[in-house]
Design a protein. Structure first.
Length: 606
């Protein structure tokens, strides 16, 4: 390996630690504290739960995501929407396509709901470590919530600047964090080496045999150790598959060593409440404050990674037309994944603060956490199994089925959380889910209500008007969904109002089921002075429409686009109409020159 290859090998691992593993990497702060707040720390229970944690990380993160899901990428991109696009291609319009769309909508919504709970629980659990500093022991929970809220607000305020400039710090800081977790774990294990036996699956089986149904429901807290595991696949497009998998093996070792260390500490200190913090403080009171500061930074990085992930999911949703258009800013000139969506950012911030104030303590928040994660994992499991069954990788089907069964066992255990605050994760996921359903169904219904005209019928009237010779000098662009289907506003402009240019071009943008790649094609001779310009772009692409037009020698004088004024008595379509009015239209989203734009209003009955 050359020095350059070695540098990129380790560089990729360090970057992955900063951008992908923040969420799962900060779970040791609260996982065992929450579990043993509900379960007695007897030696049998400690060994059983440690065994469950080890095997949860093996099955749900290593096998499901690192081995199975990450082998399913599209041009290096991953995530629920990518799985949907793969299935759409495989099933080719079969009867299960509706079910695939429904599952992917649920998966995306659960991930977005998770985007609210993760920053809240991570930051709050880190700030709660302040009370172990003797001079701050008297801090009230209200003060801790206020400190956590200030950290969250600052984090969201700085989102518009993009993480491009500070991302270089994330990796090294998280490396220090994982080293601290490993070191504190090793020191603790040295005092009780027998705890290493807990890695055997026998202790997990024994735990279930001893505890029965109550042991099964403990799984709803054990899942906290794997929250953020889905980021391995969802963030694959940012860094590539190999660096993330390589980094995961280091992270996996650090997590296992730390959990075993916390278990060893708990066996000798069964009354411990805040296990990780008390363990570190017991090892070195002098190093406790630096560790606490590091913890707060690690949770900020974890939250940042999740916020960036939410922006990424929403952008995928916008370009694949399952979500309304929103104003998107690009915060990096060379990283396509670096985007900022203001409306999403401020809504997230308000919800994170609301959730902190509502639940007050990180252990209460844990009651709502896990349901969305297990739901997402189960959906990923189902979709992966179907994909493997339809490809040459059929040998992976039995493994995928076993993993999916494990996902459903965890999901069933998490249903126990519903009355204790778990319903909040469903409410938070319900908002994007309802928006997706109303938007996708509304767009379809609107398209039908507009009654577009086929190109051949349109050409009969168009040729007669063009032949009269009353042409406006220059080029007029008309945005259409497809060049061969003519929307009503074009008929209104050209046929009814006789607005016809020397050169008229129908322009359409087609999003492909690949993440990247842009091609454009100009078709001339559709009719007298009539052409079609089609842009095919991947769903993660940022399109420079003006640049593409110039490349084809198109210097437009005016750009026409349709604006719909929806008239309806249907309450659902009224919501759709409001969403449409509140969000930017197609041309605003694509940042076209305002001086050339002409919106043409069409009244539509829905």
């Amino acid at each position: 390996m050359t020095s350059k290859q070695t540098e990129s090998y380790w560089g990729g691992i360090v970057k992955s630690m900063g951008l992908v593993f923040g969420d799962i990497g900060t779970s040791p702060i609260y996982t065992l504290t929450v579990i043993f707040g509900l379960t007695k720390p007897t030696p049998d229970n400690v060994f059983g739960i440690l065994s469950l944690i080890v095997w949860t990380l093996v099955i749900l993160v290593t096998v499901e995501y690192a081995w199975l899901a990450m082998s399913l990428g599209r041009k290096g991109e991953g995530g629920t929407i990518v799985l949907k696009e793969i299935l759409v291609r495989i099933l080719k319009g079969g009867r299960y396509l509706g079910l695939v769309s429904f599952l992917s909508f649920v998966g995306v919504s659960l991930l977005l709901g998770d985007g609210v709970i993760t920053p809240a629980i991570s930051i709050l659990s880190a700030v709660e470590g302040l009370v172990l500093i003797p001079s701050l022991a008297g801090l009230s929970q209200g003060t801790l919530i206020a400190i956590a809220s200030v950290i969250a607000v600052v984090l969201f305020i700085f989102q518009y600047k993009g993480t491009d400039k500070v991302a270089g710090l994330f990796g090294p800081l998280m490396v220090v964090w994982f080293l601290a977790l490993t070191l504190s774990g090793v020191i603790s294990i040295a005092g009780f080496p027998g705890v290493v036996k807990a890695a055997s699956p026998w202790y997990a089986v024994k735990f279930f045999l001893n505890n029965g149904l109550s042991g099964f429901f403990v799984l709803s807290e054990v899942i906290l150790c794997a929250t953020g595991g889905e980021a391995l696949y969802a963030d694959m497009g940012h860094l590539g598959r190999r660096p993330i998998i390589r980094a995961w093996y280091f992270v996996f070792v650090a997590l296992i060593v730390n959990y075993l260390g916390q278990g060893a500490f708990l066996l000798s200190h069964p009354s411990a409440k805040n296990i990780l913090f008390e363990m570190v403080q017991g090892q070195s009171a002098m190093l406790y404050i630096p560790f606490l500061v590091l913890t707060i930074f690690a949770t900020i990085i974890a939250s940042q990674a999740l916020i960036s992930g939410v922006f990424s999911i929403v952008y995928q949703g916008i370009t694949t037309r399952i979500m309304p258009l929103m104003k998107v800013d690009y915060t990096s000139s060379h990283l396509k994944s670096q985007i900022y969506i203001g409306s999403v950012n401020w809504l997230l911030m308000i919800l994170v603060l609301f959730i902190m104030l509502l639940f007050k303590k990180s252990e209460n928040l844990a009651a709502a956490y896990g349901l969305a994660v297990t739901g997402t994992m189960a959906i990923t499991g189902i979709m992966m199994t179907v994909i493997f069954a339809h490809t040459k990788k059929k040998w992976k089907v039995p493994i995928a089925v076993l993993v999916t069964i494990a996902d459903f066992i965890f999901l069933l255990a998490n249903l126990n959380k519903l009355p204790h605050g778990g319903y909040w994760s469903l409410i938070l996921a319900g908002v994007p889910f309802a928006t997706i359903l109303i938007w996708t169904k509304g767009q379809r219904a609107l398209y039908m209500a507009l009654r577009p005209l086929d190109v051949d019928t349109f050409l009969l009237s168009y040729e007669q008007i063009y032949a009269k010779g009353r042409l406006i000098p220059g080029t007029g662009l008309f945005f259409t969904r497809e060049w061969n289907v003519i929307p009503p506003y074009v008929i209104h402009c050209i046929v009814r109002s006789n607005i016809i240019y020397e050169r008229n071009i129908f322009i359409s943008i087609v999003r492909t089921d690949e993440p990247f790649g842009v091609t454009s094609k100009l078709t001339t001779g559709l009719g007298s002075g009539l052409e079609a310009f089609e842009i095919n772009a991947g769903y993660m692409e940022v399109i420079d429409i003006e640049g593409l037009l110039k490349k084809h020698g198109i210097a437009e004088k005016v750009i026409f686009y349709g604006v719909e004024d929806i008239q309806t008595n249907n309450p659902i379509w009224r919501i759709f109409s409001v969403i449409k009015k509140l969000t930017p239209n197609f041309v605003q989203f694509n940042k076209l020159p305002a001086s050339k734009l002409q919106g043409v209003l069409t009244r539509v009955e829905m």
